[in-house]
Design a protein around this ligand. Structure first.
Ligand code: ADP
Ligand code: MG
Length: 228
């Protein structure tokens, strides 16, 4: 339990640090973009074409940093919830609608099963959409076309609604599992490492719990548990 506490503390410190850095980077970045626009007007006619290439590189990269910063701020700031009594099953299945085409396109199999006995309870559908979509996308990205199987279930256990999302993808090694929810932790070339930070933030703001079970080369299950 002490270890758990320490871990939670470390994570919240990481979030705070990330937020502070994000704020600190945003101002100089804005100055940089403004100065760049000014500089463009100062370029002599003869070299404007050569300069164009470099201007584009600079502005593409300032845009990218800007997007990272805003993702980071969005992923780690406490969210204000719009809670409405509603069906968890409905939210899950609506979110799945957003990836059904993608699953089909990659010839992956989808298995869904919903516990009908789960009562409606207070949920923020927009935010849960974002959270669950992130979990689906991670699962899909971990699996191979043709053989990938995404299993999505809801169950009711001792007054708790549990959403499980299982893939038979590449799995996660134990060392990485300890860092999954930290901002910027990514195992992907083009990843931001902010998806699971966002997911955890949204689940926690619902007083929910998120946990993982994963085996390298076998697959991964994410469990999201709510009091209902
Ligand atoms: P991103 O997807 O941008 O890398 P995330 O926070 O969503 O950031 O995920 C962090 C990392 O956790 C991923 O890069 C990946 O290495 C690992 N991960 C998350 N979900 C899964 C999964 N279902 N199977 C295997 N690895 C996963
Ligand atoms: Mg992700």
């Amino acid at each position: 339990a002490d270890l758990e506490l320490l871990r939670a503390e470390k994570l919240s410190m990481t979030g705070k640090l990330a937020r502070t850095i994000a704020h600190e980077v945003r101002n100089p970045l804005t100055n940089l973009s403004l100065a760049l626009e000014q500089l463009k007007d100062e370029i002599p006619e003869e070299v404007v074409e050569d300069a164009e290439l470099y201007f584009n590189i600079i502005s593409r990269n300032t845009d990218r940093i800007g997007k990272l910063i805003s993702d980071l701020l969005n992923s780690s700031k406490p969210k204000e919830l719009q809670l409405v009594n509603q069906s968890l099953n409905r939210i899950v299945s609506d979110t799945l609608d957003l990836v059904r085409d993608r699953l089909n396109l990659q010839s992956m199999t989808l298995e869904e099963s919903y516990e009908a006995a789960i009562p409606d309870f207070p949920l923020d559908a927009d935010q849960l959409n974002v959270a669950i979509l992130n979990l689906f996308i991670n699962a899909i990205e971990a699996m191979k076309p043709e053989v990938g199987v995404l299993t999505v279930t809801t169950i009711l256990e001792k007054g708790k609604a549990i959403l499980t999302i299982t893939d038979n993808g590449k799995g996660i090694d134990q060392k990485s599992i300890n860092h999954l929810f930290e901002p910027f932790f990514t195992g992907k070339k083009e990843g931001t490492g902010l998806g699971l930070t966002t997911v955890q933030n949204i689940v926690h703001s619902h007083q929910g719990v998120i946990s993982i079970n994963s085996e390298l080369g076998v697959g991964t299950t994410f469990y999201v548990t709510f009091n209902c």
